[in-house]
Every structure is written in structure tokens, then in C-alpha cells.
Design a protein around this ligand. Structure first.
Ligand code: X2X
Length: 340
């Protein structure tokens, strides 16, 4: 070997060696995690739990920071998925509703009266439909890691108790995200209007809208009783799981060991999120319901027949969207619910 080639081999070896520590240090000082709701909402608490576990398990090397209020996308929660896809947002704990404009199949969870209870929701997310949805998300440059929970979305308004579809007639109801919500509320005789959560709260307090639908934890932490939302109906028409996910562009920069840490932490945080989102709203533990009633709110519980009337009124919407979402996927979900 001539001296010059020895020198050039040495240069290559040296470059490779110096690149090693550089690769090990390629972690960013902060990974931005987008959410709509921060702590003390269960949503934000579960995102924070993800960050805490990752920090601990990585010995402080990997720093996730939660940015609530969809602030990384200027408050427009329906742009979160696209921003993550493009790598503008590193990570998110996002709602299937907010991602449904980009991932149409996620409308599955917004199908009226598909899921009668938590078992049904879990049967879907842990079954073939849930697996398929993760595959679809992964095909769009976003790596889904775990399911979390916002919750069953119950109906509140400032005007009257809602016991039958006719009671909704003419009420202005704030909805989010997908046109499926517009169609569901229109079928029920209401007057739906779409807006972000950031816009919804002032709209409720000025009376620009009469009502909204959100999980009871959201209703309570947001103190919606203080903006006139004194009529609450438990109708369980849809449930809203969350997904812990990482932008693919960011994901590929992590070592397999760090990917494992981030995945396991997401699974643990998701489990925790489900637990706290379900607290206080079951027959065994109605503490949150009691607290809401204590604030002077009338809670209307529907009998099976009363609930059927709402379901009947939305069947045409369900059938139309079953075809739109994909009959195979919806059928797989229906089978998981039936077999729960
Ligand atoms: O906007 C809503 O209603 C909320 C907070 O539940 C979601 O982000 C889906």
C-alpha cells in the first residue's frame, strides 16, 4: 500500500470513529409532544406520564415536552396529524376525531352507537380493526405506539333536558372535526356547528352555541356548568380513544433500544390514561357523576328504549359512513363488539 492510500484509509477510519459519538449524541434537546388538552385533564396527564417514564428509563437522555392546546398548530387540532407527518411536530397524543380528516378510517370511533360500553371500545382497539388502523397510520409516515383515552362523549346544553331526539330540535351544538358529526346531529334535528376546542369555550359562554359533546372528565375539568351547561345526557353515542404516536422522520433517528423505551412508556402511559379517564363514571364508582350533580347539573340517563330512539334516528348516517370508512373495517369492529 502506498503511503497516500494508507493515509486515506486512516482518514476514513478516523472519520468513522469520530462519527460514532456524533451519532450517539444526535438526540434533540427536546421532543415536542402535541395534545389538545393538558394536565389536569386525563389526556394531558397521560401525555405527561409518557414523558416522565421516557425520561426515567433513558436516564434523562430523552426529553419529551407536552404542548397542550394544539398550540403547535395554532390551535387547529385537525392539522395535528399533517404536522406530525411532515415532522413539524415530533410526537402527539392525539384524538382519532382530530386525525380523521387525514385518516378517514379513524371515523370508525365516531360511528353513532357502535360501542355500547368500555368493553366494546377495548375489543375494537385490541382486535383486528385496531391493528388495521395502526397499519393505516404507519403507512402515512406516523408511527402509532399505543392507545389511550379521551372517553365516551356525552351531550350537554344550556336549554333543556334531552331525553328523545325531538328534544334536540333546533339546538345549536358545537362539534369538532369530521363531517360525520355534522350529519349525525343534523339527522337528530339539531343544528351542528364545527369549531375547535379553543373556539368552543367562548362560544359556549356567550351562548353563541347551546351545547356540546365531550367526555365527562372534559366537561368537569373545564367547568362547563359555569357557562350554563346545566343539562347533561348520558347517551354514550361515541367514544374517543387517543393514540400515542411519533413522526416517522423522528422515529428513525432513535436507536432500537430507545425505540423500545419510547414504545413501552407509551403503552404504560396509555393504560394509565384509560384508568383515569374512566374514573368516577361507573356504577361501582359514580364519584365524578355525583360531583357534577353537586354543581346543580341535571343528569339525564336514558333507558335502553330511549337510547334506541337516538340510534334509530342515525341509522342512515351509520350505513352511509360504513361504506365510506370501509365496510370490511367496520364489520371487523362490529364483530369484536358482538364477541366481547
Ligand atoms: O375538541 C374536543 O371536543 C376534544 C377536546 O374532545 C378533542 O380534541 C376531540
Amino acid at each position: 500500500m502506498r503511503p497516500t492510500s494508507i493515509a486515506s484509509v486512516a482518514a476514513v477510519v478516523l472519520a468513522a470513529l469520530t462519527a460514532l459519538p456524533a451519532a450517539a449524541q444526535s438526540l434533540k434537546s427536546e421532543y415536542k409532544v402535541s395534545t389538545v388538552l393538558g394536565a389536569p385533564f386525563p389526556w394531558g396527564l397521560s401525555a405527561q406520564r409518557w414523558a416522565d417514564i421516557v425520561k426515567e428509563k433513558s436516564g434523562g437522555r430523552i426529553n419529551l415536552k407536552v404542548y397542550p392546546g394544539a398550540q403547535l398548530v395554532g390551535g387547529d387540532q385537525t392539522k395535528e396529524f399533517t404536522a406530525m407527518r411532515q415532522g413539524v411536530i415530533d410526537m402527539a397524543v392525539g384524538s382519532t376525531i382530530n386525525w380523521s380528516p387525514q385518516v378517514a378510517e379513524l371515523n370508525l370511533f365516531s360511528m353513532p352507537f357502535l360501542m355500547p360500553d368500555f368493553k366494546a371500545l377495548d375489543a375494537i382497539t385490541s382486535g383486528p380493526a385496531g391493528k388495521k388502523l395502526f397499519e393505516i397510520i404507519a403507512s402515512k409516515d406516523v408511527v402509532p405506539l399505543a392507545w389511550g383515552e379521551n372517553g365516551f362523549r356525552e351531550l350537554s346544553n344550556s336549554k333543556r333536558d334531552i331525553k328523545k331526539p325531538e328534544d334536540l330540535k333546533g339546538l345549536k351544538i358545537r362539534v369538532v372535526g369530521s363531517p360525520l358529526y355534522n350529519e349525525t346531529f343534523t339527522a337528530l334535528g339539531a343544528n351542528p356547528t364545527q369549531m375547535s376546542w379553543a373556539d368552543a369555550q367562548p362560544a359556549l359562554s356567550t351562548g353563541a352555541v347551546d351545547g356540546q359533546e365531550n367526555p365527562l372528565s372534559v366537561y368537569n375539568v373545564s367547568k362547563l356548568h359555569t357557562v350554563g351547561q346545566k343539562h347533561l345526557t348520558l347517551w354514550g353515542y361515541v367514544a374517543d380513544p387517543l393514540i400515542f404516536a411519533v413522526s416517522k422522520q423522528v422515529w428513525t433517528t432513535f436507536s432500537p433500544g430507545d425505540q423500545k423505551i419510547i414504545t413501552e412508556a407509551a403503552l404504560e402511559a396509555g393504560k394509565y390514561g384509560k384508568e383515569i379517564a374512566r374514573k368516577g363514571i361507573t356504577p361501582e364508582d359514580p364519584s365524578l357523576l355525583k360531583e357534577i350533580e353537586g354543581n346543580g347539573v341535571t343528569i339525564t340517563r336514558l333507558s335502553a328504549d330511549e337510547q334506541k330512539a337516538f340510534q334509530k334516528a342515525t341509522v342512515a348516517v351509520y350505513d352511509k359512513w360504513k361504506a365510506k370508512i370501509g365496510a370490511d373495517l367496520v364489520t371487523a369492529a362490529e364483530k369484536s363488539v358482538a364477541a366481547r
